[in-house]
Write a protein that binds this ligand. Sequence first.
Ligand code: ADP
Ligand code: GN1
Ligand code: MG
Length: 375
Amino acid sequence: MHSSAIKQENNPGYDLKEIFDLFVTDGTFQSGEPFGNGHIHDTFRIETAEKDKDDYILQRLNNRIFKNIPELQHNIERVTLHLRNRLMEIPGSDIKRECLTLIPSHDGKSWITDRNGNYWRMYIFISNHCSYDVVDTSNKAFEGGKAIGRFQAMLSNMPGEPLFETIPWFHDIGKRLDTFNCTVRKNPAGRAGMVIKEIKHVLKRADEMKIILKLGAEGRIPLRITHNDTKFNNILLDENDRALCVIDLDTVMPGYVHYDFGDAIRTATNTASEDEGDLEKVNMNINLFRAYSEGFLSETGSTLNDVEKEYLAFSPRLITYTIAVRFLTDFIDGDNYFKIHHEYHNLQRARAQLRLVDSMEEQYDDMKKIISNLI
Ligand code: ADP
Ligand code: GN1
Ligand code: MG
């Protein structure tokens, strides 16, 4: 196995109980196990000994990727407080499950640093949730669309200064392509020669992908508060597969509606996993596209301007392409960003995402028709 893969898969044996005890909690630590399929942080589920107390999610934050943890946490404090206040206005809300709850540390912050300089934060574990990497019914896609639509609607009146940009230029495809081209030129891991076909696939589409940035620069689409990482496993459904909670708030910051719509469609409509090795299995399911769009627009349709609506159908092509570029860049770079589980993981992910771009291109006319029938 590639050395950085080993580096990233090592669990250096953190003392989870000692870290847990630095937070103000209700229950007693019983066990801590790795949890979920996130690509960025080290996430653990902490079970408490008492049956009537909450469990927790404890995360070692990736501060190679998020350079300023206090700013990141400040954003999340503001966002979760605002969401909680909005939910309190809605009778019957289950606030502990419909919104993330940050746990304070004994010194009053929403994170701690351990003796090795690692940053940690903790949330209440959202009980009885369902999380899906691949979506198999229209109902789940519809409910996911509602969850993200509601999330954006609730944040639309958040008071105060703009949120910090936790990762600058996160969805800026111009900058992502500059980094891609630079990495191909430098070829630090000697892998560029293996991916000539994929590089051509990327370069052929580079110009048309800049349209959303252009519309933004012209003032035709507004910056809103967006989530920016709406892959489906960041949307929790409840035990009946109804919209429950949007999690993974690290990249909530100013963005265009297209980023959230596009990334959710990338993951909610793919008939296979994000990293599927058998490309024949990768397709966009148009029925799931319709269902997600219906759910999303039922919550946001009245607030979007005409240009935003016009480009919704294009946005999954942009975001799927962007993530493909990022996986391919990371592969050529030698796997320094995303967690990987085998040597060619980022390449496999990039290939699957490029295949999904093709599938979306093939069905683009139908996607446009569906959106125009819904608005
Ligand atoms: P990453 O940025 O690495 O994806 P996430 O914040 O998305 O990290 O967490 C990883 C996974 O942990 C999620 O996909 C989800 O399965 C689970 N998770 C995170 N927060 C909670 C929570 N509060 N309750 C239940 N599960 C959670
Ligand atoms: C990462 O954090 P996670 O695993 O939900 C990444 C997203 C990518 C996604 C691809 C901060 O999401 O941008 O779309 O992997 N998050 C960050 O699966 O880079
Ligand atoms: Mg996540």
